[in-house]
Each structure stands twice: as C-alpha cells, then as structure tokens.
Design a protein around this ligand. Structure first.
Ligand code: AMP
Length: 436
C-alpha cells in the first residue's frame, strides 16, 4: 500500500487493540494495589498555567528548559501540556481544600503526559504514567510503604526481577545548600573536562552533575565530595529508618549516592527502578519526597512523597519477560445466520448470551454461511452458532466447535444454557455493573 496521506505526529503513537491489553492489565493491577492501600484516584487537566510547572519543577531541569509544550491561549495566557503530575496534584490538593481533610491524603493516577524530547526507544512526546502521591505525612514509614507499593506492582506485572531499586537521600534544603557549595568548589578549575550540559548546569544546579551519563563527567563525579559529609542528623536518621523499614518489608535495594532525580522539588528520599541490563533509557519509574512543594504553592508546610512509572516502559519490560496479559477481548461465540427470520432471532440471542457474560459477535448475514464462517475463523471465536432457514423452522440451531471442526444440533430453547456450560469459564458469571 502507498504510504497514507496522514501519519501520527512525531513521538506519538496509536494504542492499538493488542497494546491496549497491556494497558488494561496495568491499570487493573495499579487500581487494585492502590485501592487496597487506601488510595483514591485523581485526574487533573491535561494542560495548566505554565507557572504551575515552572514554579515547582525548577528552571534548570531538562523538562522546564527544553521539554515543555508551551502555548498561548486566545487571551494570551501561557499554558503548558503537563509534563508530569506531582505539580498538578499539589495544585489541586490546595485548590480543593484537601489539606483540611484527614491527613495524609493518598491519591493515584493513570494519565497521559507530554514532553517535547527527541523520540527514541522508550521515549515519546506523548506517553503515559501511573503513579501515586501521599501528601501530609513526614514519617519515613510512608517512604518505605510507597516504595513497597511500587515494588509490589512491578512484582504483579512480572517485571520485578528485571529491575533494581536505586535508593538515595538528597537531604533537606539546608544540607543541600552546603553540598551545592561543596560541589561548585570541587568542580572549580575542572570545567573544561565537563560536557556542555554540565558546564551549563554547574552554577545553576550542580547536583545534576552527579548523574550525567558522559564518561568524563562520571569519572569526575565519582571523586566528588560525598553527601554523607554534609547531611544533618535528622535527614540521616530519616534515611536510616527508610532502609530499616525496607529491610523489614523485604524490598531489595542498592544505595546509589549519585541518584539525584532531575526535578528541583525533591527532598530527602529519592528512588528509581533501573533495568538490570545496561542501556540508556532504562528507568521504569522513580519518585521521592517533596516536603517543600506544598509550601512553594502557598500552602502550610506539608511533607509529601510520590512515585511515577512510565506505562510504555513497563510494557517493554513485560514484553521482554514474555508476559502476555489476559485477553478479555477474546470472542467466545460468533453467530452466523441466513434469511430475515433467522436474522431477527439472532438479535435476541446475541443479547441473551451477552447478559450471561459471553463475548459474542453477530454477522450482518449478507454473505453465504461459508464466508460468514471465514469471519468466525478470523475472529478466533471458540464456537459458532449457525441459524439457517431450516433451523428456524425446526426450532433448532447448529453449535460448531471451531477448534475441533465438529458440530451438533441443539434445541433453540437450550442453546444459551448449553453455550454457557461449554464455555465453562467461571469468570463469565455476569456481574452487575454496579457490583463492588
Ligand atoms: P520521571 O519523573 O521523569 O523520572 O519519569 C518517570 C518515568 O516516566 C520514567 O522512568 C519513564 O518510565 C517514564 N517517562 C518519562 N519520560 C518519558 C518519555 N518521554 N517517554 C516515555 N516514558 C517516559
């Protein structure tokens, strides 16, 4: 076929039905684990006033510097497609008075996000994240529980063995201020050995130099002063407890003193899940504390922590692990029919079978039975029901097992019961849509 006239925009992709199986499964697992832990779902708008992001993420982060989709409304307001969710959730937390509810407030989300970056494997301009935020609690036990929840979801999805949890603390603003000075002093005179990005970041965000992927920068970073030399007693105690609680919960981790995360709003605990294999785009997700952020948005000092994972990258890891999510879309039954009376009868049969939780597709019946059966084959239906003029007259219907190629004649009155028995899947028991 000649290439189509229109194609999806660079860095975006269509979620086709097969890929949606992964999406649905991930959503189901996330929803289940989050509900179990008392989280409630939140969705904020896809775009916000640009200040919501610049104010919180920090001017020196890659996201704000280069990756935001910023546009003007007709009235000249500067808006941005959200590149991440924490800023929007904190804005909503304050806007809707959630700080007056019992604390902490625990929220989760599964949403699309937008970053204008160079597309490559595992990196898109429109991508999806699931994540959670706990706002209003400073206890390190919450850090451990958030990490545990992330780890548990990775386990449920069958990818935990492929990932290593990297853990670090970047302390509070006070210890970090001292550390930033120490880093700038250490790098003084070494600027020429740094990559261009790091040279630019040195005075604006020196912490970022620690996680640069360039070899020369990494060598210098490995000899840089350690955060342990400046961390204050409270931040140290917090970090020690997080590790003790993770040990208690049997969540394996590796301490990585170079893990800083790109965004300004993080404090104390930071963590990411990295692939065990070498590779550039390898983190499935990451998070950390952001104890100053609510205050930066004009609220009372309110400690908080969050985590976000990339859905597309999670799916890549699931595929690598050979994991196929259950296919709830499979067609159980195809109804082929011939003639106007058969067509009428097949309509009520379709709805009766669907009421019993059976996935059933009916043919429009314009073609011969033979070509209708070819459609049933293509749909990989388990059974076909064939209703011709003779069957209608005799009050029967043909039930064909598509795998075996065998068929039998069944009384019309018994067909729903027979099909339900044959499909024999307990999950078919029809649940009311309102059932919990
Ligand atoms: P971040 O908060 O930037 O660390 O993002 C958390 C996770 O979202 C990452 O570990 C990725 O799995 C995913 N992610 C971030 N940016 C992109 C992107 N441009 N395309 C696909 N996934 C992304």
């Amino acid at each position: 076929m000649a290439s189509p006239k229109f194609q999806s925009s660079k860095g975006t992709y269509d979620i086709l039905p097969d890929y949606h199986l992964y999406f649905s499964f991930i959503k189901k697992v996330v929803r289940h684990r989050c509900r179990e832990a008392g989280f409630r779902r939140i969705s904020t708008p896809i775009f916000e006033n640009v200040d919501v992001f610049t104010h919180s993420i920090g001017d020196t982060s890659d996201i704000v510097e280069k990756e935001m989709f910023v546009f003007e409304s007709k009235s000249g307001k500067k808006l941005a497609l959200r590149p991440e969710n924490t800023a929007g959730v904190v804005r909503a937390y304050l806007e809707h008075g959630m700080h007056q509810e019992p604390q902490p407030v625990e929220l989760y989300y599964i949403e699309p996000f937008f970053r204008y970056n160079r597309p490559q494997k595992g990196r898109f301009r429109q991508f999806h994240q699931f994540g959670f935020e706990v706002i209003g609690e400073a206890d390190p036990a919450i850090d451990a529980q958030i990490i545990y929840l992330s780890h548990k979801i990775n386990q449920d999805l069958g990818i935990a063995d492929r990932l290593t949890l990297q853990l670090n603390t970047i302390g509070c603003l006070d210890c970090r201020k001292q550390y930033k000075e120490d880093l700038v002093n250490y790098y003084a005179g070494k600027e020429r050995s740094l990559c261009e990005d790091c040279q630019n970041r040195l005075h604006r965000n020196p912490l970022r130099l620690l996680d640069c992927k360039e070899e020369d920068c990494q060598i210098l970073a490995s000899m840089a002063p350690k955060f342990e030399t400046v961390i204050d007693a409270e931040c140290k105690e917090h970090y020690t407890l997080v590790k003790e609680y993770l040990d208690e919960l049997k969540v394996p981790y590796v301490e990585n003193s170079h893990l800083v995360r790109g965004l300004d709003y993080y404090t104390r605990t930071v963590f990411e899940f990295w692939s065990n294999k070498e590779g550039a785009q390898n983190a499935t997700g990451g998070g950390g504390r952001y104890d100053e952020l609510v205050e930066m948005f004009g609220g009372q000092p309110t400690p908080a922590i969050g985590y976000a994972a990339g859905v597309e990258r999670t799916i890549d890891y699931m595929k690598e692990a050979g994991i196929r999510p259950p296919n709830k879309d499979r067609i159980h039954v195809f109804i082929a029919q011939l003639g106007p009376i058969a067509k009428k009868r097949s309509l009520s049969l379709l709805s009766e079978l669907r009421e019993h939780g059976i996935n059933v597709v009916g043919s429009a019946g314009k073609d011969s039975i033979k070509s209708q059966m070819r459609v049933a084959d293509r749909l990989k239906a388990k059974y076909s029901l064939i209703l011709g003029q003779i069957e209608v007259q005799e009050g029967t219907i043909i039930l064909r097992n598509m795998d075996k190629g065998s068929q039998e004649v069944v009384q019309m009155d018994d067909i729903v019961k027979t099909v339900v028995e044959r499909i024999g899947d307990n999950s078919l028991k029809k649940k009311s849509l309102w059932e919990e």
